[in-house]
Design a binder for this molecule. Structure first.
Ligand code: NAP
Length: 309
């Protein structure tokens, strides 16, 4: 039986692993299908303390993983937990045919990309519609073509700036007339000559399903109701995230958007189950705050296990 299982391998998961490993608890990390989490889809991370020149998102996650492994963390790469039974301790988790029992569980499942919810978005996913500029921006289909980024946050600005390396022009479509992004990001994006903001506008349809690849977007101005078409070869959706908490619905308390409730530090409503990072945080959502919460969850789990002794 395990002492600690951590589900998720973003900043929260690896930090929880580091701390529980250094407490000699031999944690197991179940990485999920995307080891390293969302930060691996970011290019340069400039706001993680300790990296004055910035660090590539994937490099940062590899370093966190190596640091956790150095102290004895066991890693289940590319595995996802299919079901959990948290009704009694030890808790039971299933990963395919394997069942793991554990005294404590740390949920650090992060968040996934929010979708626009259009049928055409679904139909053209991977055919010009994407959620990750660093993953897909360099593809030949986007080279020297006009591109669209949807969103007004840091992600949208970052994606738009990154895409100026490849596209002939980047239309940044935002539903309001002011960016949500941090000042520095917003200023950088708006100062870039290749980025053209399209204010007060929403994408109502992605064209052209019939051709099987994106040729443009239909855009509606929310103030005037005027509809226009913007030609483009790619649509990069960057409108925020939804917590990856489906697995715990009905068992772990969460809000109406699926963010897990934290009480007294990292505790959930189930004794012995702790939570950290973006799956429980819609306020700060930073790599460093997720890491801090991972640390807190590890300490809470360790103290709980000590109390059992
Ligand atoms: P976000 O801050 O939640 O921004 C989401 C954006 O999408 C908002 O502008 C929002 O519009 C818009 N939006 C939401 N739903 C929409 C819909 N259905 N249709 C059209 N637009 C929609 O998300 P994010 O940009 O992914 O950032 C998440 C967190 O990560 C933030 O804390 C951010 O600071 C951080 N981050 C940091 C960096 C960095 O520092 N390098 C990079 C990326 C992200 P409204 O503004 O009208 O709500």
């Amino acid at each position: 039986m395990e002492q600690v299982v951590i589900i998720g391998s973003g900043c929260a998961g690896w930090t929880a692993a580091l701390y529980t490993a250094r407490a000699n608890l031999n944690p197991v990390v179940v990485t999920g299908m995307m080891p390293g989490g969302l930060l691996t889809t970011t290019s340069i991370v400039e706001n993680f303390p300790g990296w004055p020149e910035g660090i590539d998102g994937t490099d940062l996650m590899i370093k966190l993983q190596q640091q956790a492994e150095r102290f004895g963390t066991k890693v289940k790469f590319g595995s996802t937990v299919d079901s959990v039974d948290l009704s009694n301790r030890p808790f039971k988790l299933t990963i395919g045919k394997e069942e793991i029992e554990t005294q404590t569980l740390i949920i650090a499942t992060g968040a996934g990309h929010r979708h626009l919810g259009l049928d055409s978005e679904k139909a053209l996913d991977g055919k010009g519609v994407t959620y990750c500029a660093t993953c897909d921006g360099a593809l030949p289909m986007f080279r020297d073509k006009p591109l669209v980024v949807v969103g007004g946050g840091d992600s949208a600005c970052e994606e738009a700036m990154y895409l100026t390396r490849f596209g002939s022009k980047v239309h940044l479509i935002h539903r309001r007339d002011e960016l949500r992004a941090s000042k520095i990001m917003a200023e950088r994006a708006l100062a870039n000559e290749k980025i053209e903001p399209v204010w007060d506008s929403v994408v109502t349809e992605i064209l052209d399903v019939n051709e099987g690849k994106v040729t443009g977007v239909k855009v509606k101005n929310v103030k005037t109701d005027e509809e226009t078409v913007i030609d483009c070869a790619g649509v990069f959706v960057a409108i925020g995230h939804v917590p990856n908490t489906q697995l715990f619905k009905g068992v772990i308390d969460m809000d109406e958007n699926g963010y897990i409730h934290r009480r007294e530090g990292s505790k959930t409503n189930v004794e012995g189950v702790y939570v950290a990072g973006d799956c429980s945080d819609h306020v700060y959502r930073q790599a460093i705050t997720a890491a801090g919460m991972g640390c807190a969850a590890a300490i809470d789990a360790e103290r709980f296990l000590a109390s059992l002794d």
